[in-house]
Design a protein around this ligand. Structure first.
Ligand code: 5RP
Length: 233
């Protein structure tokens, strides 16, 4: 099975978590893209009555094009669940996210949601987080100082993410740093807390104790992995 097909299967499988009447956070990326397309199909063809809150301008544009009704995060008192992709998932369901530079809105929406469902292909499952460079959203002001401070905190190389010749600018007007820790983030909650103490750090792409279910696709099909003690257990 190709990676694209695995992403499609995982993305579609997660739609079964959604029921009529729900307010649903819509994640960002190539896997959850398939979820959004399928939710829009069910909305139009099967009367699935949902509203979505997008986690990025790209997802806002996709959902609008597909005719899914959207609301602002501040217009609702919480969401039923969010469905989103991930860059890495460990055995405790801790995540690295932000490969698509949307981590700040993704985390805001996830924290406002009653549950978090992740869609991924099985290459994303890891023993220890960190082989995927850790995305960190930082302010533009003093960004060089913040990159240096991040390297001190993590003890590894970190670099500004570029968009051609210029630093990539997020939907929130900030920059992204990718920190090359290697697969050594054995205490991700501690790493997150240490990074958040830096004034220039806006948010960290570590999602700790947030993910409840992973729809994982691999050669033998899709699996629904449930975090024991999680909100969907
Ligand atoms: C965006 C993200 C994405 O969810 C993550 O990068 C996974 O993307 P994809 O499904 O395309 O592999 O965190 O900020």
């Amino acid at each position: 099975m190709s990676i694209d097909e695995a992403k499609r299967l995982a993305g579609i499988a997660a739609c079964n978590e959604v029921q009529s009447g729900m307010k649903v956070g819509l994640g960002t990326g190539s896997t959850v893209h398939h979820t959004i397309v399928e939710l829009a199909r069910r909305y139009h063809d099967e009367g699935l009555d949902i509203v979505g809150v997008p986690t990025s301008l790209a997802t806002h544009a996709l959902a609008t094009e597909l005719g899914l009704p959207l609301v602002e995060l501040d217009d609702v008192e919480g969401l039923d669940l969010v469905i989103d992709g991930a860059d890495e998932v460990d055995a405790s369901f801790q995540l690295i996210k932000g490969g698509g530079a949307a981590l700040l809105r993704e985390k805001l929406v996830a924290q406002a949601s009653g549950a978090m469902v992740v869609v991924a292909d099985d290459r994303k499952m890891v023993e220890t987080l960190g082989a995927f460079p850790l995305p960190i959203e930082i302010t533009r002001f003093g960004h060089g100082t913040t990159v240096g401070a991040i390297m001190n905190v993590l003890g590894c190389k970190a670099e500004l993410r570029m968009d051609g010749e210029a630093p990539l600018v997020t939907d929130n007007g900030n920059f992204i740093v990718d920190a090359h820790t290697g697969p050594h983030l054995t205490h991700p909650a501690n790493s997150e807390a240490a990074l958040l103490r830096l004034a220039g750090v806006v948010q960290v792409g570590l999602f700790i104790d947030m993910c409840d279910v992973v729809h994982l696709a691999g050669a033998s099909g899709t699996e629904r992995l449930v975090r024991s003690g999680g909100r969907l257990a």
